[in-house]
Design a protein around this ligand. Structure first.
Ligand code: PEP
Length: 248
């Protein structure tokens, strides 16, 4: 079976104003020939304008979260259908900043995934252990448990990806060693195949956590790494493009 097409997705988090659309345009202009799919996930208020700005380019636009209900009395929340309506094609779900800051459980993430699929969005489902869990030797059990709990059976037959993001590596400049990344990605692959059968070999497993131009090549070449979810380094077009280039 051929390796999954890599996905390089930028997570702008709560960064960016309308002036930052210039960075997205610069990504589209510089992306050139690549075997990767490339996406930018800006704050929700920029999605509409970014989707317009990137229309006709290979760069996709995604959201950073969406609610599990289609509509209703959920002040401040955004549904998957709303994201799709303004041009998003993908959505990040279960990011550790949502799991920690908003107490999102695996079950809630799984319900969000179902809603995203219903709206026609491609989910990027995030999993990852804390430093305490890693130090306690629980990283593999925690992460494979999150994969089982956050990925509903409804994903079968749909395009989606899993992002392994060790919480302690996000925004810290720290990264696991390459063998540690490979061990975790192999465990995630085995869990996906257990849940979804051999078709799950085509699911890209992204690595996320302090990916930058200087480490992207080594990380992206690691076994079972099918792309990257990039936070800080996605805010500057030149850095993000260097990471895309490292994907080949
Ligand atoms: C992220 O939060 O998804 C992330 C990977 O952040 P950073 O690249 O800044 O560590």
């Amino acid at each position: 079976m051929t390796a999954p097409q890599p996905l390089i997705a930028g997570n702008w988090k709560m960064n960016g104003l309308t002036a930052s659309l210039a960075e997205a345009r610069a990504v589209a202009e510089g992306v050139g020939a690549t075997r990767a799919r490339v996406a930018i996930c800006p704050p929700a208020v920029l999605i509409h304008q970014m989707a317009d700005a990137l229309a006709g380019t290979p760069v996709l636009v995604g959201g950073q979260d969406s609610h599990e209900e289609e509509a209703g009395a959920f002040t401040g929340d955004i549904s998957a259908a709303m994201l799709a309506d303004v041009g998003a094609r993908l959505v990040i779900l279960g990011h550790s900043e949502r799991r920690a800051g908003y107490r999102e459980t695996d079950g809630r993430v799984a319900r969000k995934v179902v809603a995203a699929l219903r709206a026609g969005l491609e989910p990027i489902v995030c999993v990852g252990e804390t430093l305490e869990e890693r130090k306690a030797g629980q990283a593999l059990a925690v992460v494979t448990g999150q994969v089982r709990g956050s990925l509903p059976s409804e994903l079968a037959g749909h395009r989606f990806s899993v992002a392994y993001e060790p919480v302690w590596a996000i925004g810290t400049g720290l990264t696991p060693t390459t063998p540690e990344i490979e061990e975790m990605h192999r465990a995630i692959r085995a869990t996906l195949v257990e849940s979804f059968g051999p078709a799950a070999r085509a699911v890209p497993i992204l690595y996320g956590g302090s990916v930058k131009p200087s480490n992207a090549e080594e990380i992206l070449a690691a076994d079972e790494v099918g792309g990257a979810l990039v936070g800080g380094a996605s805010l500057k077009a030149s850095d993000f493009l260097a990471i895309v280039k490292a994907a080949g």
